[in-house]
Design a protein around this ligand. Structure first.
Ligand code: FDA
Length: 527
């Protein structure tokens, strides 16, 4: 099927070939439908951005966090709708459905495969950038957060009211709550409290029929599914009610960098046996990347051992020295700070600038490809050596693997408690990333990460080889772009992300959206 780019607006009929048949694409009818339903003209100009609107490109690009999907040949949406009210969301669903446009929902735009803002068929984007309210209720230790807010805005909202409550979600502060909570949400509080979705206690969703549902009215099946069963699948989640968690006023963070010449391989080998068994208050992670060697002109590979302890340095040091003396942690590697400052620390930002959490554009954007693994058995030393050596290759100049210790609370939650199944017995999760700035390098870099992933096959979980939905990887398999996708076809990727929960997700999808209105390359298909 050929994607036709629309440049002349507004009342144009687009023709597309669909499985051999030809359909008229009433783009003008879609806009007409929307404008009838959003009748206030001053509101329309702030809500609908067509391709001939001077702000179209800036609105589109504002939440693109992977330049791989922002090239001149990347398919563009016919329109971007930035709703300001629930009724605008309902109208967008109604008009897209009735006039044959696929809908892509975008909150923070961090989808690593770009599926929140790219589609191969005519589509519009529902961009929740104006749904950003964060209401923190410290008395009841809860917050309502709208999907378009970032994790940073939520963290900031909590920290501006209290130093003793926090929320267990991702490390990066620019990720959107909408996509993040649709797939899991793991961060530095993960060993203590589990995932972000483990703390969702209510939600507000607009379904394919435009109905506005809360937990009670959607029922426990659908409420289960939206907490990790994938975005753009069951409806548009407008807001989430989350339970906040206690954090101490002072936490301690640390970094110890070891390269290949400093025994990085051996220390990482040892870390695998220890990190998942440490007390829940201690989270550790290893960041592997290429760095300059002390020998001029040479490169080496560094394993950066980083961690956060929910307490002071005086308690942390004897604990690490007893459990993991090989790391050689010293007081000068440690810094005490507040929980919210630790977010900045892990994001590589100055910890004094907490206001930066409100800046959605604070981090540079490059082109990237990601893959993930969950590891259940420690890797051999030679296995680690081979893995590290791959970072010496030229294509890995801007590659990083973030290896996050599991165990703790993650071991206590049943696999079917929520759609996200990777819980007990996981030693660590590895997120592999490769980045490039020159498009000419894309092929080589993507090939490198695919080779790294092949190499890791012997060490990763098996049958299925588990993967984290929040770092989508279309290499694992996709739905048919148009038409029906069978259960068997979708199982190829679905079982990797959801294991035995996949079947229940398909059943719920079949019940709540049988016509598959909410769909993307890896959304749950109905039967
Ligand atoms: P985006 O808006 O692109 O949406 C992602 C998916 O959810 C799309 O399918 C979209 O249609 C759908 N969606 C979005 N809003 C929706 C809504 N309101 N209702 C229904 N569907 C909706 N993860 C993690 O667990 N821990 C971490 O530390 C990090 N760190 C991190 C750093 C960086 C730089 C990146 C690029 C990604 C991460 N992630 C992560 C992964 C992140 O959790 C994942 O990409 C989220 O889906 C991002 O959510 P956004 O809303 O930003 O994405």
């Amino acid at each position: 099927m050929k994607f036709l780019q629309l440049s002349v607006l507004p009342f144009l009929i687009v023709i597309l070939s669909l499985n051999g048949a030809t359909l008229a694409h009433p783009y003008g009818d879609f806009l007409h439908c929307l404008s009838l339903r959003i009748s206030n003209s001053s509101t329309i100009s702030k809500v609908i951005y067509t391709q001939n609107n001077p702000s179209y490109s800036s609105v589109l690009n504002a939440s693109i966090h992977n330049n791989r999907f922002s090239t001149p040949t990347t398919p563009k949406p016919y329109a971007i709708i930035t709703p300001r009210k629930t009724s605008h969301v309902q109208s967008t669903i109604y008009c897209s459905k009735n006039h044959g446009f696929q809908l892509r929902i975008r909150s923070g735009g961090h989808d690593v495969e770009g599926v929140s803002y790219v589609s191969q068929v005519p589509f519009v984007i529902l961009d929740l950038v104006n749904f950003r309210d964060v209401n923190v209720d410290t008395k009841n230790e809860v917050a309502w957060v709208q999907s378009g807010a970032t994790t940073g805005e939520l963290y900031y909202g909590i920290a501006s009211k209290t130093q003793t409550l926090g929320f267990p979600a991702g490390i990066c502060h620019t990720i959107g709550i909408g996509g993040h909570l649709s797939g899991g949400g793991f961060g530095v509080l993960g060993r203590k409290y589990g995932l972000a979705i483990d703390h969702v206690i209510d939600a507000k969703l607009v379904d394919a029929n435009g109905r506005v549902l809360r937990r009670k009215s959607m029922g426990e099946d659908l409420f289960w599914a939206i907490r990790g069963g994938g975005g753009n699948t069951f409806g548009v989640v407008l807001a989430w009610k989350v339970k906040l968690v206690p954090v101490p006023p002072v936490v301690t963070v640390f970094t110890v960098n070891k390269n290949l010449e400093q025994n990085a391989t051996k220390i990482f080998h040892r870390w695998q046996y220890i990190a998942h068994k440490l007390p829940k208050d201690l989270f550790t992670t290893v960041w592997v990347m290429k760095v300059n060697s002390s020998q001029v002109g040479k490169k080496t590979v560094q394993a950066g051992f980083r961690g956060m302890f929910l307490g002071g340095v005086d308690e942390l040091l004897p604990l690490i020295q007893h459990e993991f003396p090989e790391l050689g942690l010293a007081k000068e590697n440690c810094t005490q700070m507040s929980w919210v400052q630790s977010i900045l620390y892990f994001g590589g930002l100055p910890i004094q600038t907490v206001d930066i959490l409100l800046n959605r554009h604070a981090l540079p954007v490059s082109s990237l490809k990601a893959k993930t693994d969950f590891v259940r058995e420690p890797m051999s030393e030679t296995g680690i050596e081979g893995f590290m050596n791959m970072f010496l290759e030229e294509e890995a100049d801007f590659a990083i693997t973030m290896i996050e210790a599991f165990g703790g609370r993650m071991d206590e939650i049943r696999e079917n408690e929520l759609p996200y199944p990777h819980r007990a017995g996981i030693l660590f999760e590895s997120s592999y990333f490769v980045q490039w700035t020159n498009e000419a390098d894309a092929g080589l870099c993507i090939n490198w990460i695919r080779r790294l992933y092949s190499y890791m096959a012997s060490y990763a979980s098996k049958s299925p080889r588990e993967a984290y939905y929040n770092y989508k990887d279309l290499d694992l398999g996709t739905n048919n772009i148009i038409g029906y996708t069978s259960y068997e076809q979708a199982s190829v990727w679905g079982l990797k992300y959801f294991k035995n929960n996949f079947k229940r997700l398909v059943q719920i999808k079949t019940k709540v959206d049988p016509m598959n209105f909410f769909r993307n390359e890896q959304s749950i298909p109905p039967l």
